[in-house]
Design a protein around this ligand. Sequence first.
Ligand SMILES: C[S@@+](CC[C@H](N)C(=O)[O-])C[C@H]1O[C@@H](n2cnc3c(N)ncnc32)[C@H](O)[C@@H]1O
Length: 363
Amino acid sequence: MSEEISSSPSPAPHKRRVRYSGRNPRRFEEKYKEHTRDDATLAKVLASGKTPAGTHRPIMVAEILAALAPQPGDLAVDCTLGYGGHTQEILKAIAPGGKLLGLDQDPIELPKTEARLRTLGFDETVFTAHRSNFAGLPQVLASVTAVGGRRVGDDGSQSQNAVIGADLILADLGISSMQIDDPGRGFSVKHAGPLDMRMNPQRGQSASAFLEKIKPAALAELLVENSDEPAAAILSSALAEKKFATTTELANAIKNALPRLQKDEITLTIRRVFQALRIAVNDEFSALDTLLRTLPACLKSGGRVAILTFHSGEDRRVKKAFASGHRDGLYSEITEEVIRPSAEERNANPRSAPAKLRWAKRA
Ligand SMILES: C[S@@+](CC[C@H](N)C(=O)[O-])C[C@H]1O[C@@H](n2cnc3c(N)ncnc32)[C@H](O)[C@@H]1O
């Protein structure tokens, strides 16, 4: 793995496995058969429409491969490596002779995915892992492909010393199931965990610190902008400038602020507030805007980009950037209609339900 990676950690001390009460494990740490990849257990979990603990199911794989049209020998970039599900399929399609750069800003999951892909036989000649925000894609591409050509500027412009562009680029936005399902990461509404929500816990501030500092008016604006929250005004005065140490404390405060809401509505409200905070804490829109601006300069002529989004704030940005790139002649073709997961996929993997796919082809 390249970029800001430290030397290998010393071996972890042996830990006794966590016992669970009752017939089935409920908590993330108790699901040891899923963590140790017991085949029968994994098959049962998948058949029930759930995602085994510590894994992620790639979404709209066939649609993404059709949009990106990978060919043997291609240079590919997966901006959001996650568990490597899409990467694995792209790597097969670009062999022989192809190479894929996998980026992810998560220092906890990235080494695990790199190790998993190595055990599947993808060595350094075909796959490299890069701990990087995808806003830094031009720099990662330059570090791997620069040939004393031209450089890509932050605004997407090309000057002397540019990198060799990629044949295909994928971004599957948001967080992975490994991140959501691990209570220790603080993304989870279901289980108590520290209110953190950072994809890279070594940078920036936790959601708890963020809420403690933000003014009510700014929080109200953010709840509307990031998740179209209808109760933004009430929630912002109940939550801003307060200290919530855990995900459960925050969820309870949301419930208490809206005592008249039905259970289903409260669940949706809690999800929207968590989403809005996650977007803010990870500065997700600004990273996406930077990626969209620099994409044309990172693609070869005829190269393709596909972006999978999970809520309207993301989709709006992608749609607008592709349309304006098309108008300006940077893209020769773009998705006419947004592509959605099939009914089978939505049933088999409910986490795919909100997904929207758009693609563009570099002129
Ligand atoms: C939905 S998951 C990707 C799953 C992946 N496609 C797979 O099949 O396993 C999104 C991943 O992107 C990473 N991520 C999100 N925003 C990022 C950013 N701005 N820069 C780099 N990585 C990012 C997250 O840490 C997470 O691992």
